[in-house]
Design a protein around this ligand. Structure first.
Ligand SMILES: [Fe+2]
Ligand SMILES: [Fe+2]
Length: 284
């Protein structure tokens, strides 16, 4: 299976990549602005500020988008966003029971492709899906397929609705139309902390999704720096170095990664080591 390396295998070198990362510092700041706007509104119901709507178009939600160049097309779609979206209530995920997503993995992939044309978005979904499956085998093996489908679909709506206040709320609609178990929407909504009306990560699969999404983007960018472009060359030292270099893949939110570690009861080194192992096991 193709890895996250695919998009830039042909042309990128380290200096070019870091330059791009630097340019996207503005995007990261815009995302923080958007969050601040959302948090100011305790009810979560006020309209998204104009600055949030505008700046989110320039921001890159994750390192995946950072690398994909998706931000270039964002301004064309973000104009649809006009307010903070309030999700319909969804059932939280119970522990210790067999879960049925009410969609097969293949149909979920077809659904992702229905709303995403950029190959990088498909690859990002598949990568996070594989990481979720890897962790499910450790923590919740009977539900590995459910975890994988949640990882695959976590950014279902992002390509067409690039607005943090709508992200995953629109996905809920799309999933409902497709007859998917509403628990899948519940899980994926927990990875968007920018819309404070959304549920928070509580189940282990939600905590893992939160951590795997952002960090897998940074790891993918690090792998692309290696001459081999191989995940097998990943190591803690180079990942830590790139994590500390805020100019590198600047669209990848370090605070979000730190929060992912905390959610999973790990320090940063612990999360890095775990995710390096998972990434190596699930990517070439
Ligand atoms: Fe997302
Ligand atoms: Fe993502």
């Amino acid at each position: 299976m193709k890895s996250l390396n695919a998009k830039r295998d042909d042309s990128e070198d380290e200096s070019k990549d870091e330059s791009k990362g630097g340019n996207e510092a503005d995007g990261a700041a815009s995302k923080a602005e958007s969050k601040a706007s959302a948090e100011t509104d305790a009810s979560g119901s006020a309209a998204v500020s104009a600055s949030s709507s505008e700046t989110s178009s320039a921001s890159t939600e994750k390192a995946a988008e950072e690398a994909s160049g998706a931000s270039e097309g964002a301004s064309e779609t973000s104009g649809e966003a006009s307010g903070a979206a309030i999700p319909k209530p969804t059932p939280s995920v119970p522990t210790g029971v067999k879960l049925d997503a009410s969609i097969s993995y293949d149909d979920a992939l077809a659904l992702l492709k229905k709303y995403n044309e950029d190959e990088f978005h498909i690859i990002h979904g598949e990568t996070v899906g594989r990481l979720m499956e890897y962790y499910a085998k450790k923590y919740d093996p009977e539900n590995a397929e459910f975890w994988r489908i949640c990882g695959l679909l976590h950014d279902l709506d992002w390509e067409k609705w690039q607005e943090m206040q709508i992200h995953t709320v629109k996905a809920q609609e799309l999933l409902e139309e497709a007859g998917v178990n509403p628990m899948v929407a519940h899980v994926i909504q927990t990875h968007n902390e920018w819309n404070t009306a959304l549920p928070k990560p509580e189940h282990k699969m939600e905590k893992v999704l939160f951590a795997a999404d952002e960090l897998s983007g940074l790891i993918g960018a690090v792998v692309r720096m290696y001459p081999s472009k191989s995940a097998q060359d990943l190591n803690l030292k180079s990942l830590k170095k790139k994590y500390k270099d805020k100019r590198f893949a600047a669209g990848c939110d370090r605070e979000n990664i730190q929060r992912g570690a905390e959610l999973n009861g790990l320090d940063l080194d612990g999360l890095f080591n775990s995710m390096i192992e998972a990434y190596k096991a699930t990517n070439e």
